[in-house]
Design a protein around this ligand. Structure first.
Ligand SMILES: [Fe+2]
Ligand SMILES: [Fe+2]
Length: 226
């Protein structure tokens, strides 16, 4: 591995570590928001468990960031996010975007990255993240399905509307170039769990096509058949 690759790996794993760290707060806020709309214990339990899993993801990603950067990196202070209002439609909308979309895309990208990993520690971290993020995505879909059962057609309409907007934004978003910047080899970066930005973008599109859109269609079907 070159010094440039080592530095890039440190930066990329640090970005993931900070995002995992922020996810702990997101699940804590989601628990409060679910309680405010009377969600069942099964969803609250799932949310609390997911928050604990995000603590572990953050620890593991910070460890990798320290290893590659050679620096003492820690999360520091994160301002507490306030619970949002808006009732069931807002819970369905936010859970769809943050869970059904973001966790599904993350799991899909990490699964793809895992295929090319050649480092034992990175493999163990990614395998754990894939397993947990898939469960977080499932929890999000169960939460949205519950909100649609409780709130009916108006909640389903909000989810479909936000899905259409998110899908359209994806189509117009700038797509990164074909590879890594000069000095970073695809094989080295892949060996340590990093996908090229263009491959990450392709995975995001595939996750929408193969997972999110079919699940969204089932969500509407189950409500309309009920
Ligand atoms: Fe995570
Ligand atoms: Fe997650």
């Amino acid at each position: 591995m070159t010094a440039a690759e080592r530095a890039a790996l440190g930066r990329l794993w640090l970005a993931d570590a900070l995002s995992e760290h922020a996810s702990i707060a997101s699940f804590a806020r989601a628990t409060l928001e679910l309680m405010a709309v009377g969600a069942p214990p099964e969803l609250l339990r799932g949310c609390q468990r997911a928050a604990l899993e995000e603590v572990r993801h953050a620890e593991l990603c910070f460890r990798l960031a320290r290893r590659f950067s050679g620096r003492a990196l820690d999360p520091g202070v994160l301002p507490a996010p306030a619970a949002r209002s808006g009732g069931l439609p807002a819970v369905a909308r936010d859970t769809f975007l943050e869970g059904c979309v973001a966790e599904t895309v993350a799991a899909h990208q990490s699964t793809h990255a895992l295929d090319a990993v050649r480092d034992g520690e990175v493999r163990a971290v990614l395998a754990r993240i894939v397993r947990d993020e898939m469960r977080h995505a499932e929890l999000a879909w169960r939460t949205v399905a519950w909100a649609v059962r409780e709130g009916g057609a108006s909640v389903l309409a909000v989810v479909r509307w936000v899905a259409t907007r998110a899908r359209a934004a994806l189509r117009w978003r700038w797509t990164p170039g074909p590879g890594w910047p000069r000095g970073l080899s695809r094989a080295s970066m892949a060996a340590y769990g990093r996908l090229e930005p263009a491959v990450e973008a392709a995975c995001e599109r595939a996750a929408w096509r193969e997972l999110i859109e079919p699940a969204l269609a089932l969500l509407g079907g189950s409500h309309e058949a009920a």
